[in-house]
Each structure stands twice: as structure tokens, then as C-alpha cells.
Design a protein around this ligand. Structure first.
Ligand code: KIV
Length: 271
């Protein structure tokens, strides 16, 4: 059984301590008040207000369309619920890539208007200037390497990344750059487990994996995927803890039947 401490509030410093102690970090996405409250009460360490909201909340096929205002709306809802977890918010596509000044303005808006604890952005050397500028304002930054869904049109597919030597080498270099710049943690998405283990070994800040194997400092999953609310998305790395889509549909069907059969409401359910 892995060690588990009793932290009352998770901060970036606590995550660093957890890495040093070998305690794994648990992280899940949330986008609204009710779910965030359940996750926080259950004791998850980090809540990511991911731009995957673009897919699972808004129904887009990629993460690209979601706006900064929409991310702030989701993040504010989450922040009203959370007492213990560290809340990290994705900077959406187009709000940080080209211009470090715009990146800083976007990050400041997220922090000021939602009250979140940190921001996350995708990429390495290409976005380093933006990362440094955001960090200089005292805003904690989480990096994201490997499969970076905001670049889907560049990659063309969601297959495993960094299987070739050149891409693996760049990923390791980028991880070192992010660490040196002052990022407090890095997400590694869908890369070979061996490469993720090497990065986790070489880099002193916590490395959180999604489809990156077991030898990292923590794991993250998209809530709707692990609860089985999404049905078609089934990558190998996804463990489903529930089949909520069937449970929800079953409850809704039962309700429809009760209404149609004049069974709901009954005597005790009215005034
Ligand atoms: O947006 C998101 O949910 C993410 C996770 C896949 C890490 O970035």
C-alpha cells in the first residue's frame, strides 16, 4: 500500500513534497460546481478545468473552439465548490501561443476572474516565452507535453506520440526547459511508458501522466471518460470506473415510464 498523507489543502508545494515522498498524485477534470464538489469531497488532489470541456461539455470534436470566457465560466463554477484540491485551468487555444503579452493577459484573467490556483498550457520550447512571462507575474504554470490536443491539426491524429527517437529527444529537452523555467509540474499525454519513466526520473518537478504508464508521479483522467458518461472514446489507457451513461439513461427511462403511467407524482409527492 502506497503512503498517503493527510493534507488539508493541496498547494504546488504539497505536490512537490508528494513527489519527494513517493506519494502518487491523483488528478481528474471537472467543469462545474456539482461535480467539482463531489471530487473535492472524495479527496482528489488536483482538479483540472481542462479545455476538454470543449468536447465533453460543449460537444465540439476538438478542444480548439472553447474560448477564454467559457474557460473562466467553468473555472469559476469549480472554484465555488472546491475547498481542498489544487485547481488548475487550461489556457485555451489561441490565447497564449503567438504573443507572450497576450498569454500573460489571458492567465491573469483566469486567475483574477475565477480565483483558480494555476494555469496549464501545451507545448515546450515554442511557448517558453509565454511561460516565463506568466511565471514572472507569480502565476504557477503546469506544462503539457506529448500528445497536445490543441495541435491536432498539425499531428493529424491522436495516436501515441514520441515513439521515434527525434520526437522523444525533443520531449526530454522540453521537459528540462519547462522545469528550468519554473513550471511546478508537467502533464505527459499518450507517450511510451518507458519514455515517461525516464522523464520522471530526470525531472525534479511532479510528472502527471495520462496514457504514460505507471512510473510517473501521478495520474489524470477526463472525468466523463472514467465515469463512463462518454461512450465512444475508448483508448487503451482509459480505465472506466462506472457505466454512468447506462445508469443515467435507465433512470430517465424509469422517470418517463412513471410520468406516462400516471405513477409520478403519487399522494406523498404532492402538496
Ligand atoms: O483538457 C484536458 O482534459 C487535459 C487532460 C487530457 C490532461 O488536458
Amino acid at each position: 500500500m502506497a503512503p498517503k498523507s493527510n493534507y488539508t489543502k493541496i498547494t504546488t508545494h504539497v505536490l512537490q513534497e508528494m513527489k519527494l515522498k513517493g506519494e502518487k498524485i491523483s488528478m481528474l477534470t471537472a467543469y462545474d460546481f456539482s461535480m467539482a464538489r463531489l471530487l473535492d469531497e472524495a479527496g482528489v488532489d488536483v482538479i483540472l478545468v481542462g479545455d476538454s470541456a470543449s468536447n465533453v461539455m460543449a460537444g465540439h470534436t476538438t478542444t480548439l473552439p472553447i474560448t477564454l470566457n467559457e474557460m473562466i465560466y467553468h473555472a469559476s463554477s469549480v472554484m465555488r465548490a472546491v475547498k481542498r484540491a489544487l485547481v488548475v485551468v487550461d489556457l485555451p487555444f489561441g490565447t497564449y501561443q503567438g504573443d507572450s503579452k497576450e498569454a500573460l493577459i489571458s492567465a491573469i484573467r483566469i486567475m483574477k476572474e475565477s480565483g483558480a490556483n494555476a494555469v496549464k498550457l501545451e507545448g515546450g520550447q515554442e511557448v517558453l516565452e509565454s511561460i516565463v512571462r506568466i511565471l514572472s507575474a507569480g502565476i504557477p504554470v503546469m506544462g503539457h507535453l506529448g500528445l497536445t490536443p490543441q495541435s491536432i491539426h498539425k499531428f493529424g491524429t491522436y495516436v501515441v506520440r514520441a515513439t521515434e527517437d527525434a520526437e522523444a529527444k525533443k520531449l526530454i529537452e522540453d521537459a528540462h526547459l519547462l522545469e528550468k523555467s519554473g513550471c511546478f509540474s508537467i502533464i505527459l499525454e499518450k507517450i511510451p511508458a518507458k519514455l515517461a519513466a525516464t522523464v520522471t526520473d530526470e525531472i525534479k518537478i511532479p510528472i502527471i501522466g495520462i496514457g504514460a504508464g505507471a512510473n510517473v508521479d501521478g495520474q489524470v483522467l477526463v472525468l466523463h471518460d472514467m465515469l463512463g458518461i462518454t461512450q465512444k472514446f475508448s483508448p487503451r489507457f482509459l480505465r472506466r470506473y462506472h457505466n454512468l451513461s447506462e445508469e443515467i439513461k435507465g433512470s430517465v427511462r424509469a422517470y418517463i415510464k412513471d410520468v406516462k403511467d400516471l405513477d409520478f407524482p403519487n399522494e406523498r409527492e404532492q402538496y
